[in-house]
Each structure stands twice: as C-alpha cells, then as structure tokens.
Write a protein that binds this ligand. Sequence first.
Ligand SMILES: *[C@@H]1O[C@H](CO)[C@@H](O)[C@H](O)[C@H]1NC(C)=O
Ligand SMILES: *[C@@H]1O[C@H](CO)[C@@H](O)[C@H](O)[C@H]1NC(C)=O
Ligand SMILES: [Zn+2]
Length: 470
Amino acid sequence: MGISVIWSVIAILVRWIFSKRRGAISYDSSDQTALYIRMLGACVIFKQLFSRDVRVRSQVGFEPERRGSHPYLGVDFRTLHSRAESAGSIPARRIRRLFSFQRHLLSSRFLRGAPHLNPLHILDEDYCGQAKCMLEKVGSWNFDIFLFDRLTNGNSLVTLTLYLLSHYGLIELFQLDMVKVHRFLVLVQEDYHNHNPYHNSVHAADVTQAMHCYLKEPKLAKSLTSCDILLGLLAAVTHDLDHPGVNQPFLIKTNHYLAALYRNTSVLENHHWRSAVGLLRETELFSHLPAEDSLNMERQLGSLILATDISRQNEYLSKFRTHLDQEDLCLGNASHRHFVLQMALKCADICNPCRPWELSKQWSEKVTEEFFHQGDIEKKHKLEVSPLCDSETNSIADVQIGFMTYVVEPLFAEWARFSDTRLSQTMLGHLCLNKASWNAMQPEASGSSEELESEQEASSRALPQGSPQS
Ligand SMILES: *[C@@H]1O[C@H](CO)[C@@H](O)[C@H](O)[C@H]1NC(C)=O
Ligand SMILES: *[C@@H]1O[C@H](CO)[C@@H](O)[C@H](O)[C@H]1NC(C)=O
Ligand SMILES: [Zn+2]
C-alpha cells in the first residue's frame, strides 16, 4: 500500500469526520480501503478525544484521583449519576465527558501502547492485513476473539461491530451517521472496564460475534427483519456495559445504590441497559428517527438485555420448551421473533463452554479469576463469601462442570431442538469434550470423594442465583 493511497484515505477520512452529512456514507466490504478507513476512523477520533481531554483537564485543574469513591468498586458514582439524567445541564455533561476521557487514558491499551500518537501506526500492514483476514471469517465458530483483539490494538468491539453493521447494510438502511456510530461504539468500548478479568469489552465482542453466528442460522436469517438484526447486535454489544466485576448479591449486601435504585431486581442488567440508553441519547445515534421509533428501540433493547439475567434462566427456558413442544413458534410474528432473539442472546452470552477448548479454557480461567477476586474482597471486608467465589474451596474445574451441567447444557439442548443445524451440533460437541477435559483435570479426591461430590453439587445448585457469570 503506497503512501499516496494512505494520504487519500486520510483525506477521505478527514472530510468525513468533519462533514455533518447523515447516512450518506456506506462501505462496500470488498473495497480494499474500507477496512483501513474503519480502523483509522476510530483512531482519529481517539486522537481528537485525547487532545480535547488534555485541554479541558488543564483548564479545570483536574485531579488524577477520581475513581473508586466506593470502598469496594471501581465504579465512578458521579459519572453514573450524571448519565442517569439524560438531559443534564451543560456542566454536568461536561464533567461526565471528562471522566470518560480520563477513563480512556487509564484503560486504553491503544494509548498506553502508543505514546507517540500517530494514526499511521494503525496502518501497519501486517496487523491490519491479519485483522482484515480474520474478518472474512467472522461467521466461523472458531473465530479467535483474543487474537483479533490483539491485532486491533484492543479495539475488537469497535472494529467488529463496525464491520458487522456495514456487512448487514444497517448503516445505509437506517441512515446512520458514521461519525455518531463511531463515537457511540468508542464510548461503549470505553465504558467496559478493561481491568475486569472477564466482564470487559472482549467478552462483549465475543458475544457479538456469537450473536452474528446465530443470526446467520437459516431459521433466523430468513425471518428476521433489519430492525431485529440491528437490535440483536446492539444488545450483544451493550449487554454488560459498565459491569463492575462483581455480582448482584454483592451489590445488595454492600448497600450499593444501584441495588436500591433497581429494587434488588436484575440490578446489573438494568444498569447495563440504562447505560446503553444513556450513550444512545448522548451520541444522538437515533435522533433522526421518529421519537416513537427510537423509544421503541430502547424498550426492546432493554427487554433483550434483561433476558441475560441468569437468575431468570428457568423462566425463559420453560417458555422456550413449551413453544418447542407445541411447535407454535411463528417467526412471522414480531413478538415470537423477539423471544427467539432473547434466547439467541442468552446462548451467545454463555456460549464459552461451547467454543473449541483453546478458547473455552481461556474464558473459564478469566471468569474464575473474577469470581475469586470477588471472594477475596468479601473476605477482606469480613462479608460472607459468595458461592463459587472462594478460591480455597473451589477450583476452575468444579466451577465449570457445575456451570455446564446446570446452566449451559439445558439451554443449548433446547437451542439445538429449535435450530437443528451443523453449528448446534458443533457447539454441543465442544460442550461435551470440554466437560470431559475439566473432569479429567479434577484432582483425585484425596479425602472422601463423597464429600467432594456433595460440595460440588451444593455449589452447582447455588449457581442460578449467585452466578456472577452473564
Ligand atoms: C434489598 O435487599 C436488602 C437485603 O436483603 C434489603 O435490606 C432491602 O430492603 C432490599 N431493598 C428493596 C428495595 O427491596
Ligand atoms: C403474536 O404472538 C403473540 C404471542 O403469542 C399473540 O398474542 C399475538 O396475537 C400474535 N400476533 C399475531 C399477529 O399473530
Ligand atoms: Zn455477558
């Protein structure tokens, strides 16, 4: 790729960043430069944000310590509060931006890894070429999201979502403004906590990739509308937004204000949804649509995200089972399609054990690390240690085996009844093999094997209520 091509890409980009045209730009995925534009776009926006942030911070005399006002959590209350009022005053909005920028500085691998901000870095042909290559197989169940995240400098969520939105032609169809789309996705990616071992933007990218695989399944592909697809993708992208890395019981027992706000019910999921709505409104992504339509989108987004509350799994599963037994799912009916999307998102959210072992194992290690971290905080503050969170009495293997047996297998068995395809068989195959691998890794019970078994059973039973995984 010659220098002149690079400069013309930059010229296009600059024109596009500063133009206020709405929905006028669409990208053909076969266009050689399209991927570079997509990647560069995020990069240039980073740079703009960065310089603005530095400017604003020096004006205000900003103190570096602004996070962690809660003894246990890295949640910034002021940020959350100001986000809750969507039409906040200008100073409040500015402060909210300020925190978001600061968070970006602290957490972005892109900025940490590239002290001399030069947008051309991202044009490194090797990485770009490899990431682009990977995107050609984005519908593959073996897609390695960890590798993709490294190749995109930690921007897997932004890059993948931009690719999928244009792949499905949604930018054009919904007349979305590319600048707003970028800004929305960059903010979403930043509002995931990169220091969470599991609930971070790579998990969101992974769920989005899985969702894409399900949307392509014949039954869904031939019946879903563009609106369904847009909502399905957006829900996957935002479903764990601003996750604090601890579960709902923890928030309740530490009297977190979110628990009070949402009355101890789907506390995290409500927060992910309202955070997503906050960013949608702030970036005015749907502001060109009739108010009624964008409100309806927000509502449906909420209904999808709330379905990922693992403690309500049985409710959704028995409804799914009843439909399958009675063979009465009619995908011409919008409310049935919405239900199927809820089930697809639930599957995407907990599909880790259905991935090939090399990927699945990494997810298992990460989620257990997050559980044990919560357990350590609980011990430190003399709180009761949550089920599965005690590193002294649990192992990765027994946490995983319980999770697979009681949560994942029942869900994917029904999904395979609904969508009896090669993908479903592949997923069930991996699930079975991965479970056998964890079983083989179980330490030989040195003491009483009965004791081990009953303990394992107890922790598994506790899963649906106490599981931080979702
Ligand atoms: C939430 O649960 C806590 C602890 O069980 C309880 O003290 C509190 O009153 C509950 N809040 C609401 C709104 O139900
Ligand atoms: C769609 O399904 C819902 C729920 O099963 C039902 O109440 C509604 O009447 C159906 N709508 C149509 C147009 O069939
Ligand atoms: Zn999740």
